[in-house]
Design a binder for this molecule. Structure first.
Ligand SMILES: *Cc1c(COP(=O)(O)O)cnc(C)c1O
Length: 426
C-alpha cells in the first residue's frame, strides 16, 4: 500500500472513531496543525474557558474572599476525588497542589522521616531529571549516609521490574520510578514492581506524569503505595497547572509530611503556632492553593472521564501501532530508528523516533511550508523526535500525514536548510 492509500484508509478510521467528536471540544486544533505535544502541554478545552470566565468574573470578581467558603477551600481534595477513578484510587486518597517535583519531595521526605534507619533510595536512569534532583536534595539534606542507587537500563529504553530486585535490601528506604518514561515511552509494570518492593519490605512511589489520562492506571489494585503526577500533559490542565499526589489510605495516618504548611494542618484558621497534622490526605497540602490554575484542571479531567480510559487506551494503541507499522515500511529505510518499545503493552502514548538529524527534522516539521500542515512534536536530546498521541484529539490520518511529511523532508533534504530557533524550550 502507498502512503496515499494509507491516508485514505486512515480517513475512514477517523470517520468511524467513537472518540472523534472530542476533538471539537478543544481550542486551537485545525487541519493546518498536527499537534503531537499533548504529552507536554495539552491543548485548551473549550469548557475551561467558560470555567475561568466564571471563576475570575463571578467568584473572584464578585464573591471576593467569600468564595473560599463556596468551593475554593475544598478544591484540592474535591479535584483529587474527581481524578481518583482515572488512576484507580478511592475517595480521600488524592489531592492537588504544587508541582510534581515538590510533591515527590513531600512524599519521599515523609517516608524518610518515618524510617530514619533506612539509607538507600532506589530509582532508575530512565526516570525524569527533576525526580532525580528531588531525590538528590533529600539525600543531601538527610545525612551523608543516605545515597541514591540508579538502576541502569541495559538498552536505554526499558527496564524490567526484576532488574530492581538485586538492589533492594533492608536498607532500602523507598523505590521510585516513572510509570511511563519521558523519553522512550516505556511503560513500567507497576503491579509487578510493587510486588517486588513489598516482598522485600519497601515502598513504591510512582510518577504518573506521562501515563495519567493516556494509559489505564489502577493504583490500589496494583498495590502502589504512593504516586505523583502532572496535570498539564494528558489531563489538559494548562501551563504549570498544579500536580497531584496519591497516598494509599492506610498509609496516610502513618506518615507526617516532610514539608509542612498551614493548609495541611488541622483547622488552619485557628492560626496555631505548632503544626498539628490534618487527618487523611489533607495533611499533604502545604500553602494556599493556586485557585485559578487549579480550577482550570477540572474540565480536562471531565473530558477524560466522559471518554473512558478503556476507549482512550484502545485508540492510543491504534495510533502508536499505526505509526510503528508505517515506520517499518517507510521511515526505517530513511535512517529512522525506533526509540520506543515495539510491544504496545510496554508502551505509553508516545513514540520516540531516533535520527542523527532529529533536531533539524523537528525544526522542519514545525515550520509552515505549503501545502503541509504544521506539525509540532518535541525534540529530546540527543536524537529523539518525540511524538505524543493524545487519543482525545489526535487522528489516524494525522499519523499518516506525519509519515508523509517526514519522507518528504528527508527526500528533499529540507532539514539541512532550516533556521536555528530561539528560546530555551524544545
Ligand atoms: C513532566 C514531568 C514532571 C514535571 O514536574 P514538575 O515539577 O511539575 O515541573 C515530573 N516528572 C515527570 C516524569 C514528568 O514527565
Amino acid at each position: 500500500m502507498t502512503l496515499k492509500e494509507h491516508h485514505e484508509e486512515a480517513l475512514q478510521l477517523d470517520q468511524r472513531d467513537p472518540l472523534g467528536h472530542f476533538r471539537s471540544r478543544f481550542e486551537g486544533l485545525s487541519d493546518a496543525l498536527i499537534y503531537l505535544d499533548g504529552n507536554s502541554l495539552g491543548p485548551l478545552p473549550k469548557a475551561t474557558l467558560a470555567r475561568l470566565n466564571q471563576l475570575t468574573g463571578k467568584e473572584w470578581g464578585g464573591d471576593l474572599i467569600r468564595a473560599w467558603n463556596k468551593g475554593w477551600f475544598d478544591l484540592p481534595l474535591r479535584l483529587g476525588d474527581r481524578l481518583a477513578p482515572l488512576i484507580g484510587a478511592g475517595p480521600g486518597e488524592v489531592c492537588f497542589g504544587d508541582s510534581v517535583t515538590v510533591n515527590l519531595f513531600k512524599l519521599t521526605s515523609s517516608v524518610a522521616m518515618a524510617l530514619p534507619e533506612k539509607s538507600t533510595i532506589l530509582t532508575d536512569d530512565l526516570n525524569f531529571p527533576s525526580d532525580h534532583h528531588a531525590l538528590e536534595g533529600l539525600a543531601q539534606l538527610r545525612d551523608q549516609g543516605t545515597h541514591i542507587i540508579r538502576v541502569h537500563s541495559r538498552d536505554g529504553q526499558t527496564i524490567a521490574p526484576e532488574d530492581f530486585t538485586r538492589s533492594i535490601d533492608e536498607q532500602t528506604l523507598l523505590v521510585t520510578v516513572s510509570h511511563v518514561c519521558f523519553k522512550s515511552g516505556y511503560c513500567q509494570d507497576l503491579q509487578k514492581l510493587a510486588e517486588i518492593c513489598h516482598d522485600q519490605g519497601t515502598l513504591l512511589i510512582a510518577d504518573l506524569s506521562h501515563s495519567v489520562g493516556a494509559v489505564p492506571v489502577d493504583l490500589n489494585r496494583w498495590g502502589v503505595d504512593m504516586a505523583v503526577g502532572c496535570s498539564y500533559k494528558f489531563l489538559n490542565g494548562g501551563p504549570g497547572a498544579p500536580a497531584f499526589l496519591f497516598v494509599r489510605r492506610d498509609l496516610q495516618e502513618q506518615l507526617k509530611p516532610g514539608l509542612k504548611g498551614w493548609f495541611g494542618a488541622e483547622s488552619p484558621f485557628d492560626f496555631k503556632m505548632n503544626h498539628v497534622c490534618a487527618g487523611g490526605i489533607q495533611r499533604f497540602l502545604t500553602g494556599t492553593p493556586p485557585i485559578i490554575s487549579m480550577a482550570a484542571i477540572e474540565p480536562g479531567i471531565d473530558l477524560l472521564r466522559e471518554a473512558g480510559m478503556d476507549a482512550l487506551r484502545r485508540k492510543s494503541v491504534h495510533l502508536t501501532q499505526l505509526l510503528i507499522h508505517l515506520w517499518e515500511e517507510f521511515l526505517q529505510p530513511l535512517g529512522f530508528e525506533l526509540g520506543s518499545p515495539g510491544n504496545p503493552s510496554q508502551r505509553g502514548s508516545h513514540i520516540a523516533l531516533r535520527h542523527p538529524d532529529a533536531f533539524a527534522i523537528n525544526l522542519a516539521l514545525i515550520q509552515p511550508v505549503e501545502p503541509w500542515p504544521v506539525i509540532i512534536p518535541d525534540f529530546r536530546k540527543p536524537d529523539n523526535l518525540r511524538l505524543g498521541f493524545a487519543p482525545l484529539f489526535n487522528r489516524h490520518s494525522e499519523v499518516v500525514r506525519l509519515v508523509q511529511r517526514l519522507v518528504h523532508i528527508i527526500e528533499t533534504n529540507e532539514h539541512t536548510r532550516v533556521q536555528a530557533p530561539s528560546g530555551p524550550v524544545t
